[in-house]
Write a protein of this length. Structure first.
Length: 549
């Protein structure tokens, strides 16, 4: 270990942060205690051999509210509990006996065969629930632990699983939804995604990280690279050719931080090696004392890009990385909605549901529609959308028409296109307010109120709704970000509402939205508020000014 990394800052007393590389192995919070007491991945065997037979009441507490997450399982919120009580009720009163289950879909890539299996699990075991998440997973609700073995069997039969879909581990890796087909793509990153999934997901050595670790690997910057713990984004080196720009330490939550470039260029075949080195750096140096300081971004913020790269090279790679140029940044969000030409002459068609909500019944019908259009490939996106690949010209319109009644629109209004929502109070134990239904009502409302602006606005205005101060729906990088909280209405009553953040964005518009303390909106008046803000923007903007500007 080098002196650079061992040395503590001089002249200031500092509590141990639980950094393993500095010998700070004593667990410093309850999560670290249960992870050290028994490896999280061991819970898989107990689910299969004990809990599925014994049922919910037999599940041990630190498994139920801790290790189950490593298997993609969270207890869902007991129905009917008021959002104002979220912070005060003990966990056992918030817990329902059913689970949310997240299926990891690395790269967002699915075949129609896989889609049918996902649909069947939804209708057979999840009361027809299915949400497309903003990390292109499929999330179910109402899962009974007794059904988990059969669900896993069905998933594994088609190459899918829920392993490490949640928990302090390497979560679903984002890829470009149009990897391999987009005409602007120079290098398809899918082999790196596949290698990492095959070799490292479920590795006990990487299953006790300080907190979650989010990955994005793609040529196109269409997977929100700025807010992942590690991103590899397409970049052409003047001597070595196509490869990837390495960025690390991004994340939102309650303290947004955009990933830092390390100034390094990584060829495709070295992406898994460099990824593994960064995961180990996080595992060994990440802060484990306070949960709200345990993401990689806090370490990277403290060290800066130069020292982070030095430690990575000296201690975890054992070699220097190649210096490289930055990846290009997109001017606007790339959501792939609509009909677009592939590099092979076919088309890909991007569809919006409302805030990712769909159902098993709809997904089964989508699989039929995709095959009727001559394709067998579907992609989910980090914007809660669905893209169908390989559609010949003559099949496009029939596909678009068939998908519409299934809740998937290829030519959506701006509002439907750019509204995202997290799980919210319907199922999430941390939520304070409703989000999915509120988003659906808002989209319907705005489609009527602001229909006249569809032609006027060149780009959709992104509206993201969170049910609590966490940022699962990325509110700080939306044009209008809405953070759920209890607010005071005009009669002095405490009611569900939102704190507004305005003007956030990614790509060239990279900025955290401004939190306007005075802008707190009662949930029932959301439509009025958005109409006022958008109308004022349209009236006062200068030529080509975007909402973020
Ligand atoms: Fe739950 Fe909050 Fe995340 Fe929404 S933002 S899913 S309410 S933790």
């Amino acid at each position: 270990m080098t002196a650079t990394t061992q040395a503590r800052p001089k002249g200031r007393a500092r509590k141990p942060e639980g950094q393993w590389a500095l010998g700070e192995r004593d667990p410093l919070n309850p999560n670290e205690v249960f992870k050290q007491a028994d490896a999280p991945l061991n819970v898989r065997r107990r689910i299969l051999e004990e809990y599925a037979a014994g049922g919910f009441d037999t599940i041990e507490g630190t498994d139920l509210r801790g290790r189950f997450r490593w298997m993609g399982l969270y207890t869902q919120r007991r129905p009917g509990i008021d959002g104002g009580k979220t912070a005060t009720l003990p966990p056992e009163e918030l817990d329902d006996e059913f689970f949310m289950m997240r299926v990891r879909i690395d790269g967002g890539q699915l075949t129609t065969e896989q889609l049918r299996v996902l649909a069947g699990i939804s209708t057979d075991f999840a009361r027809d629930s299915a949400d497309i998440t903003d990390r292109h997973n499929i999330q179910y609700h109402w899962i009974d632990v007794k059904d988990v073995p059969e669900i896993w069997e069905r998933l594994e039969a088609v190459g899918l699983d829920t392993m490490e879909a949640c928990g302090d581990c390497t979560r679903t890796a984002l890829g470009s939804p149009v990897a391999g087909v987009h005409p602007d793509e120079v290098l398809d990153a899918t082999p790196a995604l596949e290698y990492i999934k095959k070799h490292y997901v479920g590795d006990p050595e990487l299953a006790n990280l300080p907190r979650k670790f989010k990955t994005a690997i793609a040529w196109l910057p269409d997977m929100a690279p700025e807010i992942n713990d590690i991103s590899f984004v397409g970049s052409i080196h003047p001597e070595h050719g196509p490869g990837f720009d390495l960025q690390i330490g991004g994340g939102l939550s309650t303290k947004p931080f955009f990933a830092l470039r390390l100034g390094a260029w990584v060829p495709l075949e070295e992406v898994p090696e460099v990824w593994l080195a960064v995961v180990k750096l996080f595992r060994d140096y990440g802060f484990r004392r306070l949960r709200n300081r345990a993401r990689l971004k806090y370490l990277v913020e403290e060290w800066g890009a130069e020292r982070t790269r030095q430690v990575l090279e000296e201690e975890f790679l054992g070699r220097k990385l190649v210096d490289g140029p930055p990846a290009p940044t997109p001017k606007h969000t790339i959501d792939h909605i609509g009909v677009h030409r592939q590099k092979d002459g076919d088309n890909f068609v991007g569809f919006a549901s409302v805030a990712g909500r769909t159902s098993g019944t709809a997904l089964a019908a989508v699989a039929d529609a995709v095959e009727a259009a001559g394709s067998a490939r579907v992609r989910l996106t980090p914007y809660q959308k669905l893209v169908v690949l390989d559609v010949a010209d003559e099949n496009v319109e029939a596909l678009v028409d068939t998908m519409r009644p299934l809740g998937f629109e290829a030519r959506p209004s701006h509002w439907r296109r750019a509204t995202m929502a997290c799980t919210g109070i319907e199922f999430c134990k941390l939520a304070i307010v409703e989000t999915k239904k509120r988003a659906a009502d808002l989209v319907e409302d705005l489609e009527t109120r602001l229909a006249h602006l569809n032609e006027v606005l060149e780009h959709p205005i992104a509206i993201h709704l969170n049910g609590c101060p966490n940022s699962c729906a990325r509110i700080q990088v939306a044009d209008i970000g809405l953070k759920g909280q209890i607010v005071t209405d005009e009669n002095g009553e405490q009611v569900p509402g939102y704190q507004v953040h305005l003007g956030g964005g990614l790509g060239e518009d990279l900025v955290v939205g401004r939190k306007l303390r005075a802008h707190k909106v009662v949930a029932t008046e959301l439509g009025d508020y958005v109409e006022r803000v958008v109308t004022r923007f349209v009236e006062q903007r200068e030529v080509s000014e975007t909402f973020g500007d």
